[in-house]
Ligand binder design. Structure first.
Ligand code: ARG
Length: 262
């Protein structure tokens, strides 16, 4: 399995489409480069293949490859962004999938879907978020395109506007998630569908801790992960935490910067 990343050459906060983004809170570009590089090197050290997408000027959020689409078994569902500010990325992501040989499905024009930002596999089941970026109507289209079981989850807190900001699959039966980011019904559904859940307090989740990835038994996330180290060690995981301050200014962390290809 390879991970798709996009170098932060054009990364900046140039518009505000989530509560984290403040144009006046400028990104420190050299520091962003350094934080991105550290994540890249961490993946390499953990034996992962990292593929790179070409960063395009005028698309400052392209660094968040998780939002390109969602992939499974040679098929990709391309994102159709909710905000016009990011829709310019779509042809580049289409090409990235097409050139890698994926059979690409597009969303209808009036249905938004933000890829792996709102669609995460736990084993064979695809958990999909809706409420801010992704329309619920996309879920059945994704289900049909990828031929997988989909579980729809309602997001209710604008600070956790993508599923991957508050829900993190750690293995096929372990998930960490921030219950308050979900409607009561959806939080219950998660507890019912996943064998082992680690519940993350909102105060901890606000450090983008749930925006992590797992490589084998190694959880990689932002520095706040240390607050959960004990729980995670208990559940059999090791932890690597990395500073993500520059990407958090745009509302992203480790997972947003990483798209798992297959
Ligand atoms: N500024 C980007 C946006 O608001 C951040 C995307 C974060 N990506 C993610 N997978 N949560 O669209």
């Amino acid at each position: 399995m390879a991970i798709l990343m996009c170098p932060p050459d054009h990364f900046a906060v140039e518009y505000e489409i989530n509560p984290w983004m403040k144009v006046q809170n400028a990104v420190d570009r050299p520091r962003a480069q350094q934080q991105w590089q550290e994540l890249f090197l961490t993946y390499r050290r953990l034996g992962q293949t990292v593929e790179l997408a070409q960063p395009m000027p005028g698309n400052p959020d392209m660094v968040f490859t998780a939002n390109a689409g969602v992939v499974r078994n040679g098929k990709a569902v391309l994102s159709h962004f909710h905000h016009p500010e990011r829709q310019g990325e779509e042809p580049f992501w289409w090409a990235a999938f097409h050139n890698r040989g994926y059979q690409v499905t597009l969303m209808p024009k009036d249905v938004s879907f933000e890829g792996a930002g709102d669609a995460l596999f736990v084993g064979e089941r695809l958990f999909c978020g809706y409420g801010f970026r992704t329309d619920r109507a996309s879920h059945e289209l994704v289900r049909d395109a990828l031929d997988v079981e989909v579980v729809s989850l309602e997001l209710v807190d604008p600070s956790f506007y993508h599923l991957d900001t508050c829900f993190c699959p750690l293995s096929k039966d372990v998930v960490m998630f921030a219950p308050e980011a979900f409607s009561a019904t959806s939080a219950k559904l998660i507890r019912r569908m996943v064998r082992h859940v680690i519940e993350v307090p909102t105060s901890v989740a606000l450090d983008f801790v749930c925006n992590g990835v797992t490589i084998g038994d190694q959880v990689v996330s932002s520095t706040g992960l240390e607050n959960l180290a004990e729980d995670l060690h208990h559940a059999g995981f090791r932890t690597t935490s990395l500073p993500m301050t520059e990407f958090m200014k745009a509302g992203g962390g480790v997972r947003c910067l990483s798209l798992f290809l297959d």
